[in-house]
Design a protein around this ligand. Structure first.
Ligand SMILES: NC(=O)c1ccc[n+]([C@@H]2O[C@H](COP(=O)([O-])OP(=O)(O)OC[C@H]3O[C@@H](n4cnc5c(N)ncnc54)[C@H](OP(=O)(O)O)[C@@H]3O)[C@@H](O)[C@H]2O)c1
Length: 293
């Protein structure tokens, strides 16, 4: 077990983004199969699901509600706000304080809950440093108001630079940081280090290198060090990549995304993989790969 903020959770949760249609837009080809993945996740002990109303939009939250409501008492539902979709599936910022508040309420509605366990403020500063964003202080204040009102338990930050993590810790206290991080892309190691220093949960997105196009798992399978460790433990390269993440920090929580029950089962089995010092040393040599977002 580990912690999401102050909430005990298993170290391996589930990222629900892959359950929407192509481009995280519209419904999946087989909604029954998507609901079956969610139900199997709960059977396997998942107690932490990462989602957003803007996946679909609404599609993924509705699949979660249809498959799992009434929710198990121990299930932690986490969302993110700060963006919205246009009619063609494009992603636009929707990050003014009033838009953040409206988005939290959209999540409560589509998930059918009265309170979110955690809401991440999704920023654009990490990937688009030139973009004009609303003042961080105002955004955090809006979420803190909703926390005071009982709509949110914990506030998190996502896709952020280290300075934003520091400010958010000081101003509102945070339950998680959610940034991209994997054995293929360790560029946010300083953010992970900051989480370690402050005891904040770190929840990497793109834990297999990329959500889009299956590029991450392919790059992992092509890497000689990852393949050698996988062969030694009789597991897959993707499982090695997830086990490597777990070994980085005891408050690192996984939310691998999959639309497949077989992959879900492999991802949950990672908890039993014990990488030794030789494995970790060999894996330090894995070459970074730009697999595209
Ligand atoms: N805060 C943010 O801005 C942000 C951005 C992106 C994602 N996220 C969250 O982070 C979660 C995780 O990231 P992700 O899903 O985007 O990326 P990811 O876990 O790095 O990669 C998902 C890809 O890997 C495949 N996959 C999953 N398990 C596998 C396995 N055991 N073997 C081989 N392939 C496997 C999936 O395909 P299959 O469906 O075929 O398994 C999918 O193509 C998301 O679901 C979402 O909740 C947050």
């Amino acid at each position: 077990m580990s912690f999401l903020g102050d909430k005990p959770v298993h170290r391996i949760g589930f990222g629900a983004m892959q359950l929407a249609g192509p481009g995280v837009f519209g419904p999946p080809a087989d909604p029954d199969a998507a609901r079956a993945v969610l139900r199997r996740a709960i059977e396997l002990g998942v107690d932490h699901i990462d989602t957003s109303q803007y996946y679909g939009p609404d599609v993924v939250n509705e699949l979660i509600r249809e498959a799992l409501h009434p929710y198990p008492d121990n299930l932690r539902l986490v969302t993110k706000v700060g963006a919205e979709r246009d009619a063609e599936g494009g992603w636009n910022a929707a990050a003014e304080p009033h838009q953040l508040k409206a988005a939290v309420h959209e999540n409560l509605r589509s998930l059918g809950v009265e309170r979110m366990d955690l809401v991440n403020l999704r920023r654009f500063e990490r990937d688009n440093p030139d973009v004009q964003e609303p003042a961080l202080e105002d955004q955090l204040a809006a979420l803190a108001e909703l926390r005071d009102a009982g709509d949110i338990d914990l506030i998190g930050v996502s896709s952020v630079r280290p300075q934003t993590v520091r400010v958010a810790i000081d101003l509102v206290g945070i339950g998680e940081v959610q940034n991209p991080f994997s054995i293929l892309d360790r560029s946010d190691a300083p953010v992970l280090e900051l989480c370690r220093e402050h005891g904040v949960s770190f929840v990497p997105y793109f834990p297999l290198g990329s959500a889009f196009g299956g590029g991450g798992p392919r790059a992992l399978a092509a890497d000689p060090q990852v393949s050698a460790v996988a062969e030694k433990h009789r597991v897959t390269p993707s499982q090695v990549a997830l086990a490597w993440l777990l070994a980085q920090y005891d408050r690192l929580l996984l939310i691998p995304g999959t639309s497949s029950v077989a992959h879900l089962e492999q991802n949950m089995a990672v908890i039993d993989i014990e990488l030794d010092a030789d494995d970790l040393k060999a894996l330090e040599g894995v070459q970074p790969v730009q697999v595209g977002h």
